[in-house]
Design a protein around this ligand. Structure first.
Ligand SMILES: CC(C)(COP(=O)(O)OP(=O)(O)OC[C@H]1O[C@@H](n2cnc3c(N)ncnc32)[C@H](O)[C@@H]1OP(=O)(O)O)[C@@H](O)C(=O)NCCC(=O)NCCS
Length: 182
């Protein structure tokens, strides 16, 4: 999970991150609204951590190596094996560190982790058409546009249309043993 050329590193999210994470989420309310809802209280955080129990969802903090500052977060959600071998990512910058390229570096690291360590074949990012910063980010990372899905995700109290962006594993790729042989 490390790359010496990158200014950031991926750190698995743990219960110990609670206070720092929640206070950064509260400080980022304006940046995240209406695109992303993250836990801002201890109670919400503990409830949210429950999703990471069985390996289907994984959570990471993107930290600036030099300072340890949490610049953002990224989840690898809904990991499905079998003939799919894919997942979708959710991500957000924390306001004090936004707009410095840390998210692009953090997501580059998460893609490498997804393809090389988790041996996923496909990573999707679902983005609302009005979310210009997020669309710019996925395009910069080499995701391709696959279409618009109406009423795709329940966000901010309603079913929102999403553009589906995806990237598949670069060659050479070693499949996970759970991939059927034929
Ligand atoms: C989408 C989001 C994560 C993008 O975060 P970000 O901080 O803009 O992304 P980066 O860290 O890659 O920063 C990119 C910006 O930093 C600038 N930058 C500054 N120094 C840089 C460097 N060394 N390298 C790269 N970019 C740099 C880039 O030019 C770019 O600015 P621009 O958008 O004005 O062109 C953020 O806007 C966010 O949290 N939004 C709310 C939550 C959300 O929408 N999540 C996604 C739901 S689909």
């Amino acid at each position: 999970m490390s790359d010496m050329a990158s200014r950031v590193e991926l750190c698995p999210l743990t219960l110990a991150d609670q206070d720092e994470f929640c206070s950064l989420v509260r400080a980022s309310a304006e940046l995240h609204s209406p695109w992303m809802q993250l836990p801002g209280t201890a109670e919400e955080f503990r409830g949210w951590m429950g999703r990471f129990g069985d390996g289907t969802n994984r959570g990471y903090v993107i930290r600036v190596r030099e300072t340890g500052v949490a610049a953002g977060m990224v989840n690898i959600n809904s990991i499905i094996r079998g003939r799919y071998q894919g997942a979708s990512i959710g991500y957000a910058a924390f306001a004090p560190s936004a707009g410095r390229g840390y998210m692009a570096e953090g997501l580059t690291a998460v893609l490498r982790h997804a393809f090389d360590d988790l041996r996923l074949h496909r990573v999707e990012a679902n983005v609302q058409p009005g979310n210009k910063a997020s669309l710019a980010l996925v395009q910069r990372l080499g995701f391709r546009y696959e279409g618009l899905s109406p009423d795709y995700l329940f966000i901010d109290g309603g079913w929102r249309d999403h553009e589906r962006w995806a990237i598949t594993a670069p060659a050479p790729w070693t499949p996970d043993p759970s991939l059927p042989e034929v």
